[in-house]
Design a protein around this ligand. Structure first.
Ligand code: EPS
Length: 385
């Protein structure tokens, strides 16, 4: 079973992840994890924190001579910014009192977190609620992606909307172009509009959200299950996506647009296929039917709300006194949609890695692949002649 935990505060010493269940014999190195961490840090509209950090996960355990050992893999990402927060985030008590943070930010975890945990300072809440945590999830996702690559599963993402500027729907996406785009958008005209939406928001002291799309190709038929609500692959993907900071909506395939169409225009015709055994003529289901992968690419979209920490703060209230105040602002990102796409890839990779190991098992990657190939050999249409 592939499972993981993360720990760490945004301005604490660093971020930690422990992953269990990765089979032995998988090639893993820090550089391949660093690539995804760098992609997460990028994107037009990111804030000044990204100039300080240069995220790199150190592999602390679970790997020997470049190969996983089947034991827990632990990863450690140091926060460079810690140097500037040693007093505020000191592990041991400090002599000089640190000013409490009490000006609540609408849209953030501040109020609910402080009330729930019985605190009169929102600092301990915002430190863990910050999207900084997603650096650890992206590192875990990079490990999951390595496992999936062994089965020929690839995951990409692109930005489809920022601040109400949508990219054109395309039949195929130039992934190298997406990686070269400052907003990770495949449509250059939409990219220009997105860049100017971010500039306008920055000038106004505001922020903008949008939508990213993550796509997994090469997924075999039969991951997940129809038998229980918590084994359904689409449900698990939606949960993983929704758990990404700022995500407010998730759709799979045609998603919300199916509300406009009759069944005859929604469901995907099935045909046997010489090479892939089975295929669907269209993919409005987004690669999942009945809670199971159906062999088509898995296509997930998620809506990201505008970052709630605003340079021109909203009117708010003070946690201790209830008095009207301006929400807290130190620094923030104007737009995190391009980064959210990279995090969405990690979320999808993690769920698919879990589902792959459930279906094919294996304590060594060779065993996983043997089981996988044996399954593929058995699933073509049965000839009756
Ligand atoms: C983030 C680090 C944070 C923010 C951002 C995500 O850095 P800092 O708070 O030091 O500026 O840039 O956090 C948020 C968007 C948020 O709402 O908390 C990161 O590493 O992604």
């Amino acid at each position: 079973m592939f499972r993981f935990l993360t720990a760490g505060e945004s301005h604490g010493r660093g971020l930690v992840a422990i992953i269990e269940g990765v089979p032995a014999g998988l090639a893993l190195d820090e550089d391949s994890i660093a690539r995804d961490l760098a992609r997460r840090q990028g994107g037009y509209g990111r804030g000044a924190r990204m100039d300080i950090e240069q995220d790199r996960a150190e592999i602390i355990s679970g790997v020997r001579h470049g190969l996983t050992m089947g034991s827990p893999i632990s990863l450690l990402i140091w926060n460079r910014d810690w140097e500037n927060w040693k007093q505020v985030m000191s592990i041991s008590p400090v002599e000089q009192e640190v000013e409490p943070l009490t000006q609540l930010r609408p849209g953030h975890a501040d109020l609910a977190g402080a009330i729930k945990y019985g605190l009169d300072d929102v600092r301990p809440i915002l430190e863990r609620a910050s999207a900084r945590e997603t650096a650890s999830r992206v590192a875990v996702g990079a490990v999951a992606r390595k496992l999936l690559a062994e089965l020929g599963i690839e995951i990409h993402s692109h930005t489809v909307c920022i601040g109400g500027r949508w990219s054109k729907q395309a039949d195929s996406i130039d992934w190298a172009g997406v990686e070269g785009s400052p907003v990770r958008c495949a449509d250059s005209e939409a990219e220009r509009a997105m860049l100017s939406a971010i500039d306008k928001a920055r000038e106004a002291g505001d922020s903008v959200g949008g939508v990213f799309e993550a796509i997994a190709s090469g997924v075999p038929i039969g991951l997940g299950s129809h038998v229980h609500w918590d084994r359904k692959l689409d449900g698990r993907i939606a949960q993983a996506m929704m758990s990404i900071n700022a995500v407010k909506g998730v759709e799979i395939g045609a998603g919300f647009t199916v509300a406009n169409l009759p069944g005859s225009q929604v469901h995907d015709r099935i045909e046997p296929d010489a090479e892939r055994l089975w295929r669907h003529v269209t993919n409005r289901a987004g690669g999942i039917e009945g809670g199971m992968s159906n062999g088509e690419p898995i296509v997930v979209r998620a809506t990201v709300k505008p970052v709630p920490t605003l340079a021109k703060p909203l009117p708010s209230a003070d946690l201790r006194t209830g008095e009207a105040v301006q929400a807290h602002f130190e620094r923030s990102d104007v737009c995190v949609v391009p980064a959210a796409g990279v995090i969405g890839e990690a979320a999808l990779a993690i769920v698919l890695a879990e589902a792959v190991l459930e279906k094919f098992g294996g304590d060594h990657i060779a065993e996983t692949l043997r089981n996988y190939r044996g399954y593929l050999d058995s699933i073509g249409p049965k000839k009756t002649a």
